[in-house]
Design a protein around this ligand. Structure first.
Ligand code: ADP
Length: 695
């Protein structure tokens, strides 16, 4: 036990003990002599007998005095301590209380009483119902283990309002270590608690915003290392969080570091935010240029210098590309040769490019804000209204029309009108592309005139050829007839030489006759043109073969026919076409080999391709085109008779039917004459390639 006495009291006790020791020593050694000096001799014996008892009594009295004094001092000291404790406790701005080990509260301070409005209490009714269970459990545990008690709970104020308190208690133990009392305090932490709650919820809100915002966020330290990144940034970079954290921009995005590093340095140095558009690439798509709008701002812990730099990153690649495409488009429009301009829905010009300036003669300043009717000929106002009505319905259309230039000139134009929409899809104006087609129009008109003139000439030529060949027949017949009469009547008087001359003359006349009749049929081709009906090419081939029966038999020719389709055409002309080709195949056979001819048909897209194959003498490639020209022949008449008109007629017939004709051949092996005829309606007509033979 510690001494509870003050310094002077200690001195007093020391004095009493010293006096007692001195007195007892004197008593033991000098009491007898002293007594003999002062006490009568008859009393001396009695005194020496009771000397021991007197000493004991005196000692007891002195000891009693000491104990009483000491106890009083102790009591005084203890109650002063208690008083001081209570005095202090009452002025504490929190709760102070003491509890005995049995749980009874033996002290609670003034503050507690004022707060709760209770004089005394022995239960936890003033603790918030939600906090009671926890508080009691912690209290029980502290009591059992003797460890300090600490809990946060709400106390009910006298007006029913609860406030948060931090309660703490420590045990007081006696010399044997037994708990004799618990000293407790409760401190109001309500404001702190609400502030930290608010802070926590604010932080949580910010965290959630950071995590879910479609904007990339990152924090960098002085060495440009990623301290934090959010999900959006991971998506933008195509990297996982752990692939960035702790690494520098240079390590993660070397291309982007070129732009970002100097900015970061600047923000750390100046402490001022910087916003910038930066271009770079990400590991997600290496080599593909991307753009971001970025903002770098300093993060201060104290007023001195930034401890970190926060950055936001917004992907603007698509916008940038769209802008680039737009500006390219705008540049194209600006520079276009065609007039490209736009009007609002009231026909007021909004844009006017260089092409428009050139075409109409009005400058952009003159036209923008003016009605488009300035370039519309007065008689076409209603046409323009109709066109605009269509465009307002959302339709794009093309027109050939006439416009007026600033100089009053009328120009033919090809005009495309398209609706212009705003972001919401509403039609807000009309875009127009206008091309000057005056030259084309003039060329078309000229062409029409030329065609008409050609048709006239052609017709006249046909007439001429027809008349000429027709009229030539008559005198030719006279020549032949009178030559025959002359020969018959004067043959006795004509010598051998004369007979030969007459033969030559007859031959010449016959040849002129053949030429004239071929020419006649050639000239007649155009007249009966385009009276087309469905015609079976099989029947056509058979008729042509019938007409050539005699020659075929003579040359012992074999003709094979594929299954031939039906086409739209002029039957008489088609018979003539096949007959000419067959007759040539027979005529230009190789000597000693009987002609073998086949007629095939193959369906191509939109056309039938027919082929007349022979095993004749063949044609040299250089003549492939020449042979189709009228009067062009490759052989002497004596060897292969003919007029050179047959293939020219073939070509004319094929062309009249909308097809073309050509030859493929190898000299000494044979030729194939191909020609095409448009298929009926362009559909497949179930033609098979089965070969049908006929001799
Ligand atoms: P013609 O038969 O009256 O001479 P064409 O116009 O029919 O006139 O033929 C022109 C020329 O083409 C012929 O003279 C001949 O030299 C050549 N020719 C035409 N068909 C064949 C063929 N099947 N084989 C070889 N040559 C041919």
């Amino acid at each position: 036990m510690t001494c509870k006495l003050c310094g002077s009291e200690k001195m007093q006790v020391l004095l009493i003990v010293t006096v007692y020791v001195v007195f007892s020593t004197l008593w033991i050694y000098v009491s007898d002599r002293l007594l003999f000096l002062v006490i009568a001799p008859q009393l001396r014996t009695n005194i020496s007998i009771y000397k021991g008892e007197a000493f004991v009594l005196l000692s007891a009295g002195l000891l009693y005095l000491l104990i009483v004094r000491y106890a009083r001092r102790l009591k005084e000291a203890s109650s002063a301590g208690e008083k001081r404790f209570r005095l202090i406790a009452d002025y504490m701005p929190g709760f102070v209380w003491t509890i005995r080990p049995d749980g009874t509260v033996d002290f609670s301070n003034k503050f507690f009483k004022e707060f709760t409005g209770l004089e005394s209490y022995n239960d936890t009714s003033f603790v918030h119902p939600d906090d009671r269970a926890l508080t009691e459990a912690i209290w029980r545990k502290a009591m059992q283990t003797g460890t300090p008690y600490e809990v946060e709970h709400r106390f009910r104020r006298h007006d029913g309002v609860y406030r948060w308190y931090l309660c703490r208690a420590v045990p007081e133990r006696d010399a044997a270590g037994k708990i004799v009392r618990w000293y407790g305090t409760s401190t109001d932490i309500d404001d702190l608690k609400t502030t930290s709650e608010a802070l926590r919820s604010r932080t949580a809100e910010l965290e959630s915003l950071l995590a879910h915002a479609p904007i990339g966020f990152a924090f960098f330290d002085q060495r440009h290392r990623y301290l934090r990144v959010n999900r959006a940034l991971c998506l933008i970079n195509g990297l996982r969080e752990e692939e960035m954290l702790g690494k520098t921009i240079q390590e993660v995005l070397p291309v982007n570091a070129r732009a970002a590093d100097p900015i970061l340095d600047q923000v750390f140095r100046s402490g001022l935010a910087v916003e910038a558009e930066i271009a770079g690439e990400t590991p997600k798509e290496p080599g593909v240029e991307r753009y971001w709008l970025t903002g770098f701002y300093p993060v201060f812990a104290s007023a001195k210098e930034p401890i970190a730099v926060g950055a936001y990153v917004v992907e603007i690649t698509e916008r940038k590309r769209a802008e680039e495409a737009m500006s390219r488009l705008a540049a194209i429009v600006r520079a276009a040769e065609d007039a490209v301009f736009s009007e609002d829905l009231n026909g007021i010009v909004q844009t006017w490019n260089r092409g428009a300036e050139k075409l109409f003669g009005y400058s952009a300043e003159e036209m923008i804000g003016k009605p488009i009717s300035l370039v519309i000929p007065p008689e076409l106002t209603s046409e323009l209204k109709e066109m605009t009505r269509k465009t307002k319905q959302g339709l794009q259309d093309h027109y050939e029309t006439v416009r007026l230039t600033k100089g009053g000139k009328r120009i033919f134009v090809f005009l495309t009108m398209s609706p212009m929409r705003d972001a919401a899809g509403q039609i807000v104006g009309v875009a127009k592309i206008v091309r000057d087609i005056s030259d084309k129009k003039r060329a078309e008109e000229d062409l029409k005139e030329t065609v008409k003139a050609l048709q006239r000439t052609n017709h006249e030529l046909q007439q001429f050829a027809h008349v000429a060949s027709h009229d030539l027949q008559e005198p030719l017949r006279n020549v032949t007839r009178y030559m025959e009469l002359f020969f018959r009547n004067y043959q006795d008087r004509i010598d051998e030489k004369g007979r030969i001359y007459i033969n030559f003359a007859m031959e010449g006349a016959n040849r002129i006759h053949a030429l004239v009749s071929d020419l006649l049929s050639y000239s007649e081709l155009g007249v009966s043109a385009r009276e087309f009906r469905p015609v079976s090419m099989h029947a056509v081939a058979e008729e042509a073969m019938d007409n050539l029966r005699h020659t075929m038999e003579e040359s012992r020719a074999v003709v094979l026919l594929d299954e031939l389709p039906e086409v739209m055409g002029n039957r008489r002309q088609l018979v003539q076409l096949l007959q000419n080709l067959l007759s040539n195949a027979l005529k230009f056979g190789r000597s000693g080999i009987s002609p073998r001819i086949s007629i095939s048909a193959e369906r191509l897209t939109g056309n039938w391709r027919f082929g007349v194959h022979d095993n004749g003498i063949g044609i040299e490639p250089e003549y492939f085109d020449k042979i189709f020209v009228i009067f062009q022949r490759l052989h002497a008449r004596s060897k292969h008779p003919g007029t050179g008109i047959g293939l020219a007629i073939c070509r004319k017939i094929v062309e009249l039917h909308g097809g073309r004709i050509w030859v493929e051949s190898r000299l000494g092996e044979g030729s194939i004459f191909y020609f095409t005829i448009p298929a009926r309606g362009g559909t497949d007509e179930g033609h098979g390639n089965t070969a049908g033979g006929r001799q």
